[in-house]
Write a protein that binds this ligand. Structure first.
Ligand SMILES: [Zn+2]
Length: 334
């Protein structure tokens, strides 16, 4: 599926998965909530966007940068090296800090097996979006701060004995928002995996569709979902992993279409934010609303997997889901 708003170069590169980069996390690129405003609202002013707790305030300003990080949950001061060695999980209370795409890939795949695809694909400012800053200048700034080209890294690697198509989102790039590049890269990953008869794993974190690309962002929901439908028709497993936060257009498309849907502990998962839902429904929300734990209790997700067990558990699920393929031909139903 080719797409007009994407500039791409066919490029394969072996990605260095050993780089650990610090990234600034900014949830400032979330789409406006799609839920209609309360009926009583007659003014055209927009309510302030709800902040996504925990994603942005992991560092206290008066602490020397790059040495210690204050845990937002238990308030313990954690030595950064200890945090890095512990997959960015607080050793005291197991709070899961945000983790960059490359660092996560490094923690999941067998060493030197990951080969990135479509690494050079970049967005075009097709709407010439201008706000406080132009979209083009924002893209340039995030490319520099994250060393990523966009909010997802896709490619093929091995988890245990299983070759898989792996897509990992990065909240540090414009709030993990899904524009035409994220949608196209995810779609191509799924299509390539379908051709190669391989499972797909997508680790999501996103504020939703990217408002700077308007309708081009929204149509990625349909495009990625269609690619997954072909993948499913070929009877190939797709595992979706939801990490903090996974919301809006991403949650409403490929993130919730997994044969198995897993989540990290404490992850905020939902479509519209809790404040928007509360304002719209005018109802008190239950405690723990939109957390991974709440959604597990209510059957939306299948399991909560701590980050440090993720690789092993994914391997086990793949063992189970591909067992039949490994032991005989799969009968294809119409
Ligand atoms: Zn903690």
């Amino acid at each position: 599926m080719n797409f007009a708003a994407v500039r791409t170069a066919t490029h394969h590169s072996n990605m260095a998965t050993t780089s650990f980069t610090k990234q600034s996390i900014g949830p400032d690129a979330n789409e406006p909530a799609l839920t209609p405003p309360p009926v009583s609202t007659t003014q055209t002013t927009f309510a302030k966007k709800p902040k996504i707790a925990g994603a942005a305030k992991s560092r206290k300003r008066d602490i020397p940068e790059g040495l210690w990080t204050k845990c937002p949950k238990c308030e313990a001061m954690v030595f950064d090296k200890e945090l890095d060695a512990n997959a960015k999980v607080c050793p005291k209370c197991q709070f899961h800090f945000p983790i960059g795409a490359r660092e996560r890939i490094h923690s999941l795949v067998e060493t030197c097996t990951f080969e990135e695809i479509n690494a050079e694909m970049t967005s075009v400012d097709i709407l010439r979006f201008t706000g406080l800053a132009t979209y083009a200048s924002k893209l340039a700034a995030y490319r520099k701060s994250t060393t990523l080209k966009d909010a997802v890294v896709t490619g093929f690697g091995k988890i245990g004995a299983h070759p898989v198509g792996l897509g990992v989102m990065d909240f540090g790039f414009l709030g993990g928002s899904m524009g035409s590049v994220v949608g196209e890269k995810i779609t191509r990953l799924i299509e390539r995996a379908t051709e190669k008869s391989l499972p797909v794993i997508i680790i999501s974190t996103s504020g939703g569709a990217r408002m700077y690309e308007g309708m081009f962002s929204l149509m990625q929901m349909a495009k990625t979902s269609a690619a997954l439908a072909y993948h499913a028709r070929a009877r190939l497993p797709y595992l979706s992993v939801l990490t903090h936060p996974t919301t809006a257009g991403v949650m409403a498309s490929y993130a919730c279409l997994g044969d198995l849907i897993l989540a990290e502990p404490g992850a905020m998962i939902g479509f519209a934010g809790p404040r928007v839902i509360k304002d719209t429904t005018q109802a008190e929300l239950p405690p723990g609303f939109q957390t991974a734990e709440f959604l597990l209790d209510h059957g939306l997700i299948d399991a909560i997997v701590p980050r440090k067990e993720m690789k092993e558990r994914l391997g086990e699920y793949l063992d189970y889901l591909t067992a039949r393929q490994n032991h005989g031909p799969v009968t294809t139903a119409a």
